[in-house]
Design a protein around this ligand. Sequence first.
Ligand SMILES: [Cu+2]
Length: 125
Amino acid sequence: MMRTMKTSIMLLAWAYLGLATISMTVSATPNDLSRERQATKKPITVTIDAFQFQPDKIVIKRGQSVIFINTDEVPHTVTPDKNGHFVPSGIIKGGEQYEVSFESIGVQDYSCDFHPSMHGRVIVK
Ligand SMILES: [Cu+2]
C-alpha cells in the first residue's frame, strides 16, 4: 500500500516536472515575434466615399482582412472580378461596413455592382 502511494507521488512529481518544462518552453517563445505577427495581420480599412474606393489600391498579407466602410448614403457592393478570390459583400448600405479576409495570394480586382465606374485592387502577398 505504502509502496503504491510512493510510486504514484513520484509519478505525480514527474508529470509536474514535465508540465513545468513544457510551460517554460512555451514562455520562452519570443513574445516580440508573436506580437509582430498579430500586428501585421491587423485589418486594413478602405473607405467608400463619393462613389470611390479610397485607397483604391492596397497591398496586404495573406490572411489579412479588409474592412470596407460605406460612408456614402447610397448602397454599394464589393464584388470580386474574375481574378478576385474572396467572398463578395452583397449590398453594403450607406453607413454600414463589410469585413472580408483574403486567403489567396495575387492581384485581385473588385468593383461595385451598381456603379461600373467603381473599381479597386487588392494585392495579396
Ligand atoms: Cu457603388
